[in-house]
Design a binder for this molecule. Structure first.
Ligand code: CP
Length: 314
């Protein structure tokens, strides 16, 4: 068997994505029924950026799978500064059964995967957030009964990691994915091209537009994210201040009325009410963000179980 990682959303085939989501639903119904990390085996969970949900859900999930979550503070480990990513990978891979890493450049994660000898999971990079997408798709399945054929609209910064992950993961799921974003915050062209190819293969479609009403019109799922991604704090004034280019893409009640009447609203959190989403939307009846936050746990457990089954060539 080949060692597998989740570095970007398209590391999973459509069949694998579906199998993981179905397994996540089963794990949600019986939280400790599967214990593939019994021993306990250690999983290293490393953070170079802030977190609440990701640390909580991986620590809880690893424990529920019978394992031990070794939380590593990246500011102490100083990976790539104190020693190379490759050397850290070689050391951690000798002790942990799996590595979960939240870091900056995607290339750092790729180096970790190349040298660790154990599965590596992207817990958010500057480019992608694939664990969040598994939770989002699980949430859509719970509320809509399916993913294929639905229209999901993401509004906000089209160049950030969530936009890129929505493009890839939703295309794999056979969804019609729309990105509504200012013209100078378009997703990376290579990611759009990859998503278009995946959508063509799986019966979905891809649309990127700077018209927020066209983006959201008739959508089954409306998603957003902070306008100030981690690492962009220096740009916060321009992104949140008066004249923000993102203001027309704020998920307000007025904009949401253009979506399907039974549309659900996603936000990966943390949320900034009054900026990317109005308080009466995130706290309103169409919001499913608390299910979405819980589903990080179940989706990641199913992902870890899947990767462990492909990790026996250490
Ligand atoms: N959604 C998400 O990744 O949350 P944290 O940044 O709190 O981990």
């Amino acid at each position: 068997m080949t060692l597998r990682h989740l570095l970007a959303d398209d590391d999973l085939t459509a069949a694998e994505q579906t199998a993981i989501l179905e397994r996540a639903a089963a794990m949600k119904a019986a939280r400790t029924a599967e214990q593939p990390l019994a021993g306990p085996q250690t999983v290293a969970v490393i953070f170079d950026k802030p977190t609440l949900r990701t640390q909580l859900s991986f620590a809880t999930g690893i424990a529920e799978l019978g394992g031990y979550p070794m939380i590593v503070d990246g500011t102490l480990a100083q990976i790539g500064t104190r020693e190379s990513v490759a050397d850290v990978a070689r050391v951690v891979g000798r002790q942990a059964s799996m590595i979960v890493w939240r870091t900056f450049a995607q290339e750092r994660l790729e180096q970790m995967a190349e040298h660790a000898g154990v599965p590596v999971i992207n817990a958010l990079t500057d480019d992608y957030h694939p664990c969040q997408l598994l939770a989002d798709l699980l949430t859509v399945r719970e509320h809509k009964g399916k993913t294929a054929g639905l229209t999901l609209t993401y509004l906000g910064d089209g160049a950030n990691n969530m936009a890129h992950s929505y493009l890839l993961a939703c295309a794999i799921a056979g969804m019609h994915v729309r990105i509504g974003t200012p013209a100078d915050h378009w997703p990376r062209a290579a990611v759009v091209a990859r998503a278009e190819a995946l959508a063509a293969e799986h019966g979905g479609s891809v649309q990127v537009t700077d018209d927020p009403i066209a983006a959201v019109s008739g959508a089954d799922v409306v998603a957003t994210d902070t306008w100030v991604s981690m690492g962009m704090e220096a740009e916060a004034d321009g992104r949140h201040g008066e004249g923000s280019p993102f203001a027309p893409f704020s998920v307000t009640g007025d904009l949401l009325r253009h979506a399907a009447a039974d549309a659900i609203v996603l936000h990966c959190l943390p949320a900034y009410r009054g900026y990317e989403i109005a308080a009466d939307v995130i706290d309103g009846p169409q919001s499913v963000v608390w299910d979405e936050a819980e589903n990080r746990l179940h989706a990641q457990k199913a992902l870890m179980a899947f990767l462990l089954e492909h990790a026996d060539d250490r």
